[in-house]
Each structure stands twice: as C-alpha cells, then as structure tokens.
Design a protein around this ligand. Structure first.
Ligand SMILES: Cc1cc2nc3c(=O)[nH]c(=O)nc-3n(C[C@H](O)[C@H](O)[C@H](O)COP(=O)(O)OP(=O)(O)OC[C@H]3O[C@@H](n4cnc5c(N)ncnc54)[C@H](O)[C@@H]3O)c2cc1C
Length: 343
C-alpha cells in the first residue's frame, strides 16, 4: 500500500470509519472489469463525509466518489486514489405536511429502491426508473432517466462537499441538466444528499403505478441486455444508429434500409423483431470492425450497449470503447465514464 494510504488507514481506524483494502473493482463494477483499489471508504453520515474530505484536503490527497459503479469503466492495475463509496448512506426522509411532498434522500440510496418506495406510497412519476442500478448521487450526476421518468424531474437542490471542503447547496437550475448530462460531471464534488418536491396530485391509485412499473420491467427484460455484464447505454443518445448515419454513406444507407425493414417487421412479423435486431447488430459489429472473438462486444439487442463476454480487463474494454468513439467522432457523446487517468 502507498505511504499516504497507510497514514489514511491509521486515521480511518482512529475515527472508526468503514473502509476496505485492495478492493477488486471487477467484482463491484457492473461491467465486471477493472483493477484494484487500494482503499475504498464507506462514510455512514454527513459528519463522516466532512471528516474524510477534510482529511484529504489537509493531506493534499485526491479522491474519487462512486455510487454503484454502474456507469464507470476502470482501467486495470492498482488505484492508489481512494474511492469514496456512498452505498452505506441510503436514508429517506419524507415530509407530507406542506402543499408538496418533500423528500430528503441520502446519495447512496438505490434509484430502483426509490422507484419502489414511491410505488409503496402511491406517488407517480418514478415508475420508469425501476431497473436503473445506480444510486441517487450517480443518477443526479448522470441525469438518469428512463421510460418517461427522469430522476431530476422533481429535484430541487443537492447538498455537496466541494474540493475545498465546503458544504454547498446547489439548486437544480445550476446543474445545467441535459440528456444524461449535469454540470457535476465537470466537478469533483461529493454529493451527500438530494432534495425533491413532488406535487400532491402525483398521489394516485396504487394499482396503476404497479401495472406501469411491471410493464416497464417486462419491456426492459425483453429489449435491454440482461444476460451479460454491461453498463446500460454506452453513448448518451436516443438513437445511436441515427448518429452513426451521419458518419459516412455506408452507415447512412444501412440506417435507412434498416428503418424500412423495421417498419415491415413491426407491421407483419412482430414476433421476429428481436431476431431482426440481432442481425442488425451483427452488421454494425462488422462495420465498426469489432473483432467477433473479442471479450467485449455489443449487445445483441442494441449497438448502444457494451457487453462483457468473460474478461476482467478494464483496459481491453476501454480500448474497444475508444475505437468505437473514434469512429463516431463528435456525432455522439460517450455516456459511460472511463477512469484511466486516476493514479
Ligand atoms: C443494466 C443497466 C441498466 C441501466 N439503465 C439505465 C437507464 O435506463 N437510464 C439511465 O439513465 N442510466 C442507466 N444505466 C446507467 C447507470 O445506472 C446510471 O448512469 C446511474 O445513474 C449511475 O449511478 P451509479 O451510482 O452507479 O454511479 P457510478 O457509476 O458509480 O458513477 C457515475 C458517475 O457519478 C459520480 N458519482 C456517483 N456517486 C456520486 C456521489 N455521491 N457524489 C459525487 N459524484 C458521484 C461518479 O464519480 C461518476 O462520475 C444503466 C446501467 C446498467 C448497468
């Protein structure tokens, strides 16, 4: 272990703050790839977050916050940089007294748990978020959304600790939210809490919420990658096929041709839609020149999802992603976060 992490360990023990040593990122990451983190810290409350960040500031040590590692690709090898994992902070505080329902959520709470909690309380607006494996902190950073529910729709503000150890309250509008983007992606803040205000008209019949959530779960299972480790969407786009069509004539032709075939299949052979997608993905894998025997490839259900067929090499995954990114150029922005720059 590095000398600075040895000092950190002694300090963590003294303050009784949870941590793990030599954490295999390949076992925590949803891609099941990546190296070893020398020390991962698990604060349990705001006070511990403040203590830990102050320690880093005083000792001039960089750290990196993580949630559930469902959108990060870590390189291989050793990471000296301590990771702060927020998963032990997952409290929900409700206030039903005012005109709106107020929620105070700790940033390590799972997004799917939030969706289920809202269902339990008959509050609509969060059904689509079921199945997103991230945390509130990661979800706000990534502006997570799915099936017409957006995590930040009812967000009012967040509480963070900035690089200088200050506690800051940041309003939603300062986050500059856009599709799978928030200003937080450019900062190194530790998100501790998120605050929401939900209109009382969102309290509706529970059965309706249950039915919607169930049909979303079924749709996810059918049309999104389920079998192999992955990080959801690779690029921050609603249609990667369309983005690629702007790259060159070949991609343009295949895009319009596949649109026509898609229409025909949807009209006359609905049960063949998955087979059609599978064939289409194979064509794109060829066009993108991805080695078919590579351990990392694209999901047979969509090209916008990197899958791991059996490797724990983050470097390999990063190489594939960067090669695809190069081909797409600035026609699409990468959604998965590549961590190959941390020490
Ligand atoms: C099977 C699968 C399905 C998915 N489906 C969807 C989907 O439908 N819609 C969607 O939007 N996304 C989806 N995702 C992507 C991913 O779950 C989201 O981006 C999620 O919001 C990431 O949250 P996380 O806690 O895992 O963040 P991580 O992957 O751990 O981190 C992501 C980023 O957030 C930062 N971060 C995390 N927590 C904090 C914190 N407390 N303070 C400061 N920064 C923090 C990290 O530093 C990193 O930059 C899917 C992923 C998978 C694996």
């Amino acid at each position: 272990m590095s000398p600075s992490n040895k000092i950190l360990e002694v300090w963590l023990k003294e303050y009784n703050i949870s941590y793990l040593k030599n954490v295999k990122l390949s076992s925590l990451s949803w891609l099941k790839a990546g190296g070893i983190n020398e020390i991962m810290i698990f604060p349990q409350n705001l006070n511990e977050c403040e203590l830990v960040t102050k320690f880093f500031l005083d000792h001039n040590i960089n750290y990196y916050p993580v949630g559930n590692l469902s959108n990060i690709i870590f390189r291989d090898g050793n990471f000296v940089t301590p990771l702060i994992n927020m998963r032990k902070m997952r409290q929900i505080i409700y206030d039903f007294n005012g005109d709106n329902i107020l929620l105070e959520l700790e940033s390590g709470l799972s997004i799917t748990k939030l969706s289920n909690e809202m269902k339990r309380n008959s509050i609509t607006g969060f059904e689509g978020l079921v199945g997103i494996p991230g945390t509130i902190g990661g979800g706000v950073t990534m502006n997570a959304s799915s099936y017409n529910s957006s995590l930040c729709q009812y967000l009012t503000r967040i509480l963070v600790i900035d690089e200088k150890g200050n506690k800051l309250s940041i309003n939603k509008r300062e986050l500059n939210l856009s599709w799978r983007y928030s200003e937080l992606q450019k900062r190194n803040y530790l998100i501790v809490k998120a605050f929401f205000s939900i209109p009382k008209k969102n309290v509706i019949d529970k059965d309706t919420i249950v039915k919607t959530q169930l049909s979303i779960q079924n749709h996810r299972t059918k049309f999104q990658e389920k079998g192999l480790p992955n990080l959801g969407s690779l690029f921050a786009t609603k249609d990667l096929y369309r983005d690629l069509s702007k790259v060159n004539l070949r991609f343009k032709l295949i895009y319009y041709f596949s649109k026509i075939i898609n229409l025909i299949i949807r009209r006359f052979f609905k049960n063949k839609i998955l087979l059609f997608r599978k064939i289409l993905v194979q064509i794109y894998i060829k066009l993108l020149k991805i080695d078919k025997d590579s351990d990392f490839s694209l999901s047979e259900k969509t090209i916008n999802c990197l899958i791991n067929k059996g490797s724990n090499s983050g470097d390999h995954a990063i190489r594939i992603v960067k090669s695809i990114q190069k081909k797409i150029g600035n026609h699409s922005r990468l959604e998965n976060i590549i961590i190959d720059h941390l020490k």
